[in-house]
Design a protein around this ligand. Structure first.
Ligand code: NAI
Length: 342
């Protein structure tokens, strides 16, 4: 089997080389992202599949081109699949697989790292002490103990984050399209979005990006929130209307924002843009704020997660080749993409 691996980074290769050699899969690494222009790199090379990540573009045009070149498999090496036109993949009979869980701990722990850094001003203190500035002015934080956190999406990552928050003695309000009432207790309760917006000191996003969740944090929801609320987004950028977030910060409504993802991150995140002029004024303004921390889609990046991603992706491809199916296959049915069942 021959796979074209797009948006390859130096940290991807050791784990993918290890598992692909073991399972006799040939991988050609491309540093470029997959999109309408780069799909042609596969022309005449008889690739069986492509391996893509969160910012590759797998839209109708790309899928049609892949199909013309007899590519059969789209292997996402991530959980989210909002960047794949699943309807077109189904029409063209391309099999799509993903990695549903590689380390929920990696993402949930990063969310908590961002929260603690932000509210205890660690990012400011680090820079000060390197300059031998040992003043404590403007470094006052607040205790997490006793605060209320709102968790949107109580799947694998949301639940690990919930447990971490409980370890800090926080009360938890949850919102999920498919609530699992078994996780409720005297300190953990499901409710609606309005109560979360009105009562929570911290709101952390762990639901997928869908039509329903697009801009779930917008001007209207921010208006309902408590003054000083901290917003954490380690899920997908477009869950948050970045302009509305920036306005909320400027109005002093939002106390802090911790962002591992950003709506327009596609051409920026994962790349070194330090020598360039940043064209995105909203991102530039957000980054300039003292109470905003931005990491560039880094939450997944642990040794454990990279191993799991590579092993699962290679297993998914082997399953597809040997049986035509995979436990991690995605289907498009009744107008929606979801995991295939049976
Ligand atoms: P999951 O599928 O285990 O959980 C998602 C939860 O969201 C489920 O409980 C589901 O019922 C709920 N949900 C679905 N639609 C909803 C809606 N309209 N409103 C409210 N809740 C809804 O997914 P997991 O593994 O917990 O990942 C969550 C998200 O984290 C992924 O979709 C992905 O976008 C993001 N992610 C980010 C990473 C990073 O490096 N920053 C790495 C991995 C995932």
């Amino acid at each position: 089997m021959k796979i074209a691996f797009f948006d390859a980074k130096q940290y991807d290769k050791p784990s993918f080389d290890k598992f692909s050699e073991e399972r006799n899969i040939k991988i050609k690494y491309f540093e470029t992202k997959l999109n309408e222009d780069t799909a042609d790199l596969l022309e005449g090379k008889n690739y069986d599949g492509v391996c893509v990540f969160v910012n590759d573009t797998v839209n109708k045009e790309v899928i049609d081109r892949l199909s013309e070149m007899n590519v059969k498999y789209i292997a996402l090496r991530c959980a989210g699949y909002n960047n794949v036109d699943m309807k077109e993949a189904a029409i063209k009979n391309l099999k799509v697989v993903h990695v549903p869980a590689y380390s929920p701990y990696a993402v949930a722990e990063h969310a908590m790292a961002l929260l603690l850094t932000s509210i205890r001003r660690i990012h400011k203190a680090y820079i000060r002490s390197r300059d031998f500035n040992f003043s404590l002015n403007n470094l006052t934080g607040f205790d997490l103990h006793g605060k209320t956190v709102g968790i949107l999406g109580t799947g694998k990552i949301g639940r690990v984050f919930l447990d971490i928050c409980r370890g800090f003695g926080m009360k938890v309000l949850c919102y999920d399209k498919f609530p699992d009432k078994s996780i409720e207790n005297e300190n953990v309760r499901y409710t609606d979005l309005n109560e979360i917006f009105e009562k929570c000191d911290i709101i952390s996003l762990h639901c997928p990006l869908t039509e329903e969740t697009y801009h779930i944090i917008d001007e209207i929801s921010i208006e309902k929130m408590k003054k000083g609320v901290v917003i954490i987004n380690t899920s997908r950028g477009a869950l948050v209307d970045a302009e509305a977030l920036l306005n909320g910060i400027k109005m002093r409504k939002i106390g802090a924002a911790c962002l591992d993802v950003y709506e327009e991150e596609g051409d920026l995140f994962f790349e070194d843009k330090s020598g360039h002029i940043l064209e995105d004024d909203t991102l530039a303004r957000l980054i300039s704020m003292p109470n905003v921390i931005v990491t560039s889609h880094q939450a997944f990046l642990t040794e454990e997660a990279l191993e799991n991603i590579a092993e699962t992706t290679i297993n998914n491809l082997i399953e597809l080749k040997e049986t035509g199916k995979s436990v991690n296959e995605l289907c498009f049915k009744k107008g929606e993409a979801s995991r295939c069942k049976g």
